[in-house]
Write a protein that binds this ligand. Sequence first.
Ligand SMILES: C[S@@+](CC[C@H](N)C(=O)[O-])C[C@H]1O[C@@H](n2cnc3c(N)ncnc32)[C@H](O)[C@@H]1O
Length: 243
Amino acid sequence: MDRSTQTDAHPPVSGAEKRRYVFSMFAALAPDYDRWNRIISLGLDQMWRRRAIRPLVKCRHVCDLGTGTGDMVRALFSSSDFTGSVWAVDPTRSLWARPSQADLHSHPRCGFALGEGEHLPLGDGVCDGIMSGFVMRNFYNLDRALSESSRVVAPGGMAVFLEMGHPRNAIWRFLFNLYFQRLAPALAGLFSSQPKAYRYLPESLARFPAQADVRRRFLSNGWRTAEYKEYLGGAIIVYRATK
Ligand SMILES: C[S@@+](CC[C@H](N)C(=O)[O-])C[C@H]1O[C@@H](n2cnc3c(N)ncnc32)[C@H](O)[C@@H]1O
């Protein structure tokens, strides 16, 4: 792991420094990543993914941006209505390459490409759907990633991005922040070999724009419509945009 990830310094906010920091952090997290997800979401993360992918089941070619260990892809393939193919894209091969991902490595309708949201390794308009699960706050340039997403989607296609959000109710926001910023990293630290890296995750949410702002950024980066649905009082957001 990059030495900066191991220090108590605040993680970088954007640009090349954030790119380096985030890529090396996820590479180092690979052995713990799935366990961390289940712990921090109290086992609810798979339910959010299954819910998020529903609008995409009729698509023919879907890009899963920031695929990680492939849970969004699995959620999509778990729908019998989905008969299309998936391009799984991630800057970190180590999450995808783990033996536990063998089900997807051998899947006839799934391919992996090394790449990042800000420079997608796909041609213009090759997809009719693009999705991502818990990736947006990791982008080192959110506007660039939204406009790249729109470039690879054909007119009429759609984006479904699942991300954490900022609850509006002050009491719920306080409780949620207490959990996500204090308890969850402490809990994960007990089980993880990289406890300091978990500091990044709550900080990345604290710095991520509010959902209404993210919606506006879809609209100013090539998407014709954009809306979002809040779940769990605004702690979980599903953004949906059409091109
Ligand atoms: C929190 S994980 C989510 C993985 C997976 N989508 C899921 O639902 O579990 C974030 C993923 O985003 C990837 N990532 C980080 N920065 C990225 C970028 N700039 N472009 C695309 N993916 C990125 C990481 O490598 C990691 O796999």
